[in-house]
Design a protein around this ligand. Sequence first.
Ligand code: GDP
Length: 302
Amino acid sequence: EKFRDGLTKTRTAFSGKMNDLFARYRKIDEDFFEELEDILISADVGVNTVMELIDELKMEVRRRNIQDPREVQDVISEKLVEIYEKGEENLAALNIQQEGLTVLLFVGVNGVGKTTTIGKIANQFKQQGKKVVMAAGDTFRAGAIEQLEVWGERVDVDVVKQAAGSDPAAVMFDAIQAAKARGADILLCDTAGRLQNKVNLMKELEKVKRVIEREVPNAPHEVLLVLDATTGQNALSQAKTFSEATNVSGIVLTKLDGTAKGGIVIAIRNELGLPVKFIGLGEKVDDLQTFNTEQYIYGLFA
Ligand code: GDP
């Protein structure tokens, strides 16, 4: 239900245009494919990905001798799933240690929903019976530490912090010691996101990461880049910037409830190779879901 509601804007825009297209065409020709191309691009599927999809569709339509435009819809879904999965399974699974501390590092620019996402994920782990600690590593943005503390109270999870303006790497060091001392299973690390000074931000992230690597074997176990779906192609360029600077292992795509351009999920995966791990569908604590490829892609049309 929540998933359906959260995707209403994308689904309505997408399926509305698709149905209109299928209703107007009696046969499948070049014009049909061109219109289809425009619809997919307007949903932010990404130009390269759309070209790839259209080529595959044309081949499949010929191969199966499909005549009726309405039959193309299923082929689109199938091909999108293939393009997304690339033969891999469980793309949204997190690298969680069975024993000892798992460290998840969250990166992304201000305002994308990083703090909110960390709060929501803390709650999910807590509900699974795990002991969670959060590290207030955004010491730069005014109010970021307090905001994480509000989430800490809301979901009843400890927050390790220092004064505003202090060294984020020192916060991480403290947080790791605290998490170990308390026998925590999961440490969720917030980080700063000021992109105005890209070089400094990336240096800071490197330093934070080095502390984590030194203090916990094989950590960070995930580096999750949080992106705001409503920013469209801008999200894609943020993903490029961050993945050049650090080993991003997956994406959290927030605010899908606020956009009709949910095709960005496919562009991120196909153009950057990064899997979407979670999708944000609202501001409340339960409005975050593990990404499910088939549910998502078939949900665009249903
Ligand atoms: P940060 O600067 O990256 O830490 O961003 P915040 O966590 O402060 O979030 C910025 C705003 O986005 C807040 O008003 C959040 O409530 C809102 N937000 C976060 N995730 C979602 C989402 O999935 N959907 C919607 N509609 N709003 C969200």
